[in-house]
Design a protein around this ligand. Structure first.
Ligand SMILES: Nc1nc2c(c(=O)[nH]1)N[C@H]1C(S)=C(S)[C@@H](COP(=O)(O)O)O[C@H]1N2
Ligand SMILES: [Mo]
Length: 516
């Protein structure tokens, strides 16, 4: 220490003070653009090999895995299913801001700044390496990202910062160009590169079902505008999972392993599944985090292998009361073995509404168990079935505060009208569900009137939702409509209001309609 730093600084001339600020800004810009290029290059490197190892994606996946339920629930209440894009954008903004700060630091203290860059990349690399299903090579994109930032800032420190305004802008433009080209190339890699699986999926010809679904009857669908269809098309089907980057499973190397408390471990390939007896079933999936009146529920026609038959081949220990299903990205669900073997149509699905499972819905295989919420039954990108006990293992959402499996709550929803209607006869319609128990009745109440019975659509089993409709003689003014279902066991839906945590929301769905 010379002590010089304690000397008062000479008064800086006004222009120099402005120049100082400009210089700092340009170093911040260099850090920002270097980091932008680095994130994009890392993303591209991941897209070419293992898309989930993109530093940004892995970081977002890690945040999702570690954030307490209260926080994620608050965020999802606030922004709904924009949660994942917003989390990713927020993290990107944070990393870019850190990059800008490191650029400023580099100007006066290059060594700590370089260490800061390595630390930042280290966080991204560590996030990728520790993601279930990824190994040490998942650090490569983060390493490349670090190299991009270090090289860019080193060049900037030597030559760039002293360049003309035009030269500096050219440098920033080049980095932005690298970023844009990398993002475009990542997109291309996702379509035609090694991680492109859509072609595999489209090449699959699903066999005809050995046991076709029982048709619900002539009126599975009422002809009412804005009423959700009995079978929701794949493109409209709700999607819920923890994956920022959807797992891309190579069907040629994919396998399903049955292990744990069994007499013999079994392994099945995708062709093994297609070669077995295939059943087809209409089953409604519901998310436990669906609020009253919400749309995190859908019905589809699934094609697949009977789960109980397949598990029986492994010889399960009767003491194994929990079936843990694990996806290729490490997510797990724990289902009661008792329900799997009680005769219901629990299945390993390979088809959804007449096509191979869409990538977003679990390609190449997923679990579907009627009567259980998705988080304890509907594992997508399925790769393991482990027989164990509830004492021995807590699945993904159980460790984060959701309840161990309980039956789905009886629910009903008004789809139309939602806010306005013309005076006269108005068709009020919606769907109701109580999977595996079925829906026996639906009633509608206008304002504070009597409960009035609704007409019900045809269903084949209690495993699906059921449409309902009511012809309402609507008079001008504001009216409140409330719906209530009764399940197949004769129990009316409760009006007691409960939030989604820990085992599903209850309460009656109401809408206020202005009639004119
Ligand atoms: N691998 C994996 N499978 C998963 C999940 C997940 O996060 N990861 N989420 C589950 C939840 S909470 C629900 S509600 C259903 C939703 O299935 P869908 O996206 O096909 O509608 O998938 C289940 N399967
Ligand atoms: Mo869910």
């Amino acid at each position: 220490m010379t002590g010089d730093s304690h000397e008062p600084e000479p008064q800086a001339p006004v222009e120099a003070a402005g120049g100082e600020k400009r210089a700092r800004n340009s170093w911040a810009a260099a850090g920002f653009f270097a980091t932008l290029a680095a994130l994009a290059v890392g993303h591209l490197a991941a897209a070419l090999a293992a898309p989930r190892s993109s530093p940004l994606s892995a970081l977002a996946d890690t945040v999702i895995a570690v954030v307490p339920l209260a926080v994620s629930h608050w965020f999802i209440e606030l922004v709904g299913t924009a949660d994942k894009p917003l989390l990713t954008i927020g993290l990107a903004a944070g990393v870019l801001a850190a990059g800008a700060g490191l650029g400023v630091l580099w100007r006066t203290r290059p060594l700590p700044a370089a260490i800061g860059v390595l630390a930042l990349a280290g966080v991204g690399g560590a996030a990728a390496v520790t993601r279930p299903g990824l190994g040490a090579s998942a650090a490569v994109p983060a390493v490349l990202a670090a190299i991009v930032v270090l090289a860019a800032l080193a060049w900037w420190a030597r030559r760039g910062h002293a360049a003309t305004v035009k030269g500096r802008r050219g440098f920033f433009g080049a980095l932005a160009g690298v970023a844009a080209a990398s993002v475009a190339a990542s997109w291309w890699a996702g379509r035609v590169g090694p991680a492109a699986i859509e072609a595999d999926r489209e090449a699959v010809t699903l066999p005809e079902p050995d046991v076709p679904a029982v048709e619900p009857g002539p009126v599975a669908d009422f002809d009412v505008d804005h009423l959700t269809p009995y079978r929701v098309p794949n493109g409209d089907f709700y999607r819920i999972d923890t994956a920022i980057t959807v797992p891309r499973v190579d069907v040629d190397t994919w396998s399903l392993r049955v292990h744990g408390m069994v007499d013999r471990e079994m392994t099945y390939t995708f062709d093994d599944l297609l070669g077995r007896e295939l059943i087809e079933r209409d089953i409604t999936l519901a998310c436990v985090s669906n609020p009253v009146g919400g749309d995190l529920v859908g019905n589809a026609r699934w094609l697949g292998v009977a789960l109980a038959d397949l598990l029986a081949e492994a010889g399960p220990d009767p003491a194994a009361d929990q079936l843990v299903s694990r996806s290729t990205d490490g997510w797990t669900a724990g289902s009661p073995t008792e329900l799997v073997f009680d005769g219901r149509d629990a299945m390993i699905a390979v088809g959804m509404n007449g096509e191979a499972l869409p990538v977003l819905h679990g390609w190449p295989a997923r679990l579907v168990i009627p009567g259980l919420y998705g988080y304890v039954s509907a594992t997508k990108w399925l790769t393991e079935l482990e027989l164990t006990t509830f004492d021995a293992y807590d699945a993904y959402w159980i460790t984060r505060g959701w309840s161990t499996p309980r039956p789905i709550k009886t629910q009903s929803r008004i789809d139309t009208p939602r806010s306005r209607a013309d005076a006269g006869t108005v068709t009020v319609a919606g769907v109701a569900w109580a999977q595996h128990r079925g829906i026996a009745a639906v009633d509608l109440r206008i304002d504070n009137g009597e409960w009035q019975p609704c007409a019900l659509s045809d269903v084949a089993t209690g495993d699906t939702w059921r449409q309902w409709r009511f012809e309402w003689d609507a008079s001008s003014g504001e009216h409140t409509l409330t719906v209530r279902a009764t399940d197949g066991e004769g129990n009316p839906q409760t009006s007691a209001v409960q939030g989604v945590i820990p085992d599903g929301a209850t309460g009656l769905h109401s809408v206020t309609v202005t009639v004119s």
